[in-house]
Design a protein. Sequence first.
Length: 217
Amino acid sequence: MTAATPIRPKPSSKSRRGFWLRQLHRWHWISSATCLMGMLLFAITGITLNHAGDISAEPVTATKTVALDQATAATLASARVAEGEKTPIPDTVRAALKPLLSTAIPAAPAEWSADEIFLELPRPGGDATLTIDRATGEAVYETTDRGWIAYLNDLHKGRNTGPVWSWFIDIFAVACLVFSITGLFLLQLHSKHRPSTWPIVGFGLLVPVLLAILFIH
C-alpha cells in the first residue's frame, strides 16, 4: 500500500494578502529608488519650463575659423553635388575638421551650394552651425550656449538629445508607471484602515480636470 498524499491546506486570505503586500512594497521601493533622481530632474525642469519667460539667460556665442589643407579642400571643390541638395560632408573632411575644431562633426545632411556647405548642429541648451567655403576650404564653426537651465529644459523635452536619452525617457516612464501602479494597489490594501485615502485620491484627480475645463480654452 502506498502512503496517502498529505493534503496541503489552501493559503488563507490573510497569507495571500501578506504575499501581495510584500511584493507591492518591494516593487514600489525598487521603482522609487530607480526613478527618484529622474523625478527630481523632471519636477524641477517642469517649474523652469513653466516660468521660462521669467528666467533671463544671455546666449553666449563663440566663433572659430579654421582652414582645411589644400588636398582636403580640393575634394570639396571638385565634389559634384546639385545646388540645394542635402548630403553629408565627406568622411575625409569631417576627419580633418575634428582636430581643428576639437569636436566631432556628425554625418548629418548638410546643405550644399556652388560656393559653400552649411550644416546645422542643434544640441540641448544651444546650437551650432558649420559653414565651409568650397573654394578656399575655410571653415567657420559658430556655437551658441543658452545656459544650463536651457540645457536641462531641453533634456526635459527630449529636444536634440539623441536616441540614448530618448531610451532613458522611455525606461524612466516605465519605472514611474510601476511606482504609480504599485502605489495605487498599496493604497487599496491600506484604505480600510485609512478612510481618507480615496477622497484624497479623488481630490488629486478632480483638481486638474476642473482646471482644464474651467480655465483652458
